[in-house]
Design a protein around this ligand. Structure first.
Ligand code: MN
Length: 290
């Protein structure tokens, strides 16, 4: 049975800045207060739709800040992001790469345009997702998965229709490398004009598609560039046909049915745990990072 579409949302009206390096449209939660139950385990989607950054000797980005209780997933489409964190990890997320950072019990990190990109300037396009952790894993040690293009599962589509890069989960038998704490599918779908695909995702998963570029039909409905397709928990089959060369991000996951208490970069289950998290941050328990 075809998965039922709940709604196809247009891009939010106006972007906001994260530091001075990321001009993002926040698809959720933003003003869409109904999303938490329908989109769990995903907590937030910031989409830096393509924008040209002018060459700059000052590296743009966001300085040292904490996270606790969830994971951040950064997908670079155009331009490169440099990062460093209090566990000692640092690196560069190049176009086609993904950084899956588990904040878990607490981390400090910073995110900037990579220096060479900054000096040269040019098109920049990326997504950052926040993925919740269930209560039993909120205190897991902070860690980090660097997932490069070569690490990903790759499914070629019939008839030169394009390909799917599997970041997490399983696309028609092709598995993704990301370790996830709850069942999640994350697919970077690249369709050529007139290309198409069909896949099956459990009805129990909350499921959505962001049209990063291009123009597609999803289960017979038109989803234009930058739209966001949200499915109901009915049916399994997702059929996509591309009207233009298109780049899509498909997200699905088993919802975490636990209370969410969040304050800025901390996402816990109760107010008490939030206060503890803030206390831990203020007393240096997340380590140090310059
Ligand atoms: Mn961050």
């Amino acid at each position: 049975m075809k998965k039922t579409i709940e709604n196809i949302f247009a891009r939010p009206a106006s972007p906001g800045m994260v530091g001075d390096g990321f001009r993002v449209y926040q698809y959720f939660p933003g003003a869409r207060s109904f999303f938490p139950q329908k989109i769990s385990p995903f907590l937030m989607l910031d989409f830096n739709a393509e924008i040209d950054f002018s060459p700059s000797d000052k590296v743009r980005g966001v300085g040292v800040h904490p996270h606790k209780g969830f994971e951040t997933v950064t997908i670079a489409y155009k331009g490169s992001v440099a990062h460093a964190d209090s566990t000692g990890n640092s690196g560069v997320i190049h176009p086609g790469d993904v950084q899956w950072m588990t904040a878990g019990s607490g981390i400090l990190h910073k995110e900037h345009h990579e220096e060479a990109f900054s000096k040269k300037g040019g098109p920049f396009e990326m997504v950052q997702l926040w993925v919740n952790l269930p209560k039993k894993f909120k205190q897991t040690p902070a860690k980090y998965q660097a997932i490069t293009d070569g690490d990903m599962g790759r499914a070629e589509l019939a008839g030169n229709g394009g390909h799917v890069r599997v970041i997490a989960g399983d696309f028609n038998g092709v598995k993704g490398p990301a370790f996830t704490f709850t069942p999640i599918n994350m697919f970077d779908i690249r369709l050529n004009k007139s290309g198409n695909l069909t896949t099956s995702i459990p009805a129990s998963h909350n499921t959505a598609i962001l049209v990063v570029n291009g123009d597609v039909e999803v289960n017979g409905l038109h989803a234009p560039e930058h739209s966001f397709v949200l499915f109901r928990n009915e049916g399994e089959e997702v059929a996509i046909k591309a009207n233009e060369n298109s780049v899509l991000l498909l997200l699905s996951g088993e919802p975490i049915k636990e209370p969410v208490a969040s304050y800025g970069p901390f996402v816990m289950n109760t107010q008490e745990e939030l206060l503890e998290a803030i206390q831990e941050f203020n007393t240096g328990k997340f380590g140090t990072l310059e």
